[in-house]
Design a binder for this molecule. Structure first.
Ligand code: ADP
Ligand code: NI
Length: 220
């Protein structure tokens, strides 16, 4: 493991590097998402007794090879690997960080059951938790707005526990994304600490939807 001084300077350099990479981004993967995932990752990592440095580095870098952000994921991975080796990090540390980022960027399919390391589990939970709660709702509204989608188009009877199939009304809306993704996230948590945080934020989503539907109906 690197010394504390190397860790410090490495984290600082990584922060600068990521800010630079994301500066040109127009897909909504902004620095403040990374900032929040980093903070949440540290909270989870302490509780779960995961390696703080590996977790923090992976949290900072987790979106830098995403195909939504870069033209070619393979090239981005090679560039990231080269960059990490320039930071005076040992090979096994670089490999651990790269592994987490690569595993996290798989979006299901044959890799859905990929076994993550403890550090990978922590960072993936933190990333998913940032899609929940008050922040998650705000991100959903901002994303939908950026795509020119409506906030909501009422079904006959919107209910909290509808499945996506029951909900779907043929058009993408911000509220539909709750059924498509947000309400399913709490059951995908890897760690106990992640589960607890996700459950609190999930309850907030349900409270929000209840209020939303009541306001839509002019009831409150
Ligand atoms: P990640 O940061 O994990 O890569 P995404 O790129 O999938 O997340 O999404 C970024 C944010 O935009 C998340 O908060 C997500 O819930 C939201 N979002 C993604 N797809 C949609 C959609 N179709 N409608 C509304 N919000 C979305
Ligand atoms: Ni992310």
């Amino acid at each position: 493991m690197p010394t504390n001084a190397i860790k410090e300077s490495c984290l600082l350099a990584t922060e600068q590097h990521v800010k630079q990479l994301l500066a040109a981004d127009t897909t909504g993967h902004d620095w403040w998402h990374i900032h929040r995932v980093r903070k949440l990752t540290l909270t989870l990592a302490k509780e779960e007794q995961a390696d703080l440095f590996i977790c923090e580095m992976a949290a900072l870098l987790h979106d830098t090879v995403d195909d939504k952000l870069v033209a070619d994921e393979k090239i981005a991975q090679t560039e990231l690997l080269d960059w990490l080796f320039e930071q005076q990090l040992e090979e096994n540390v670089v490999r651990q960080i790269m592994q987490i980022i690569a595993d996290m960027s798989f979006k299901g399919g044959s890799n859905a059951d990929k076994v993550l390391t403890l550090e990978g589990k922590v960072v993936q939970d933190a990333d998913r938790i940032d899609a929940l709660g008050a922040i998650g709702i705000a991100r959903t509204m901002v994303y939908s707005g950026s795509k020119g989608r409506p906030m909501h188009l009422p079904n006959a009877q919107p209910r909290l526990n509808m499945t996506l199939a029951e909900y779907r009304n043929g058009e993408d809306t911000a509220i539909m994304h709750f059924y498509e993704k947000l309400l399913t996230l709490k059951d995908t948590m890897n760690t106990l600490t992640g589960k607890k945080l996700a459950e609190q934020r999930h309850l907030f989503l349900e409270t929000y939807l209840e209020q939303f539907y009541a306001e839509w109906a002019g009831e409150r």
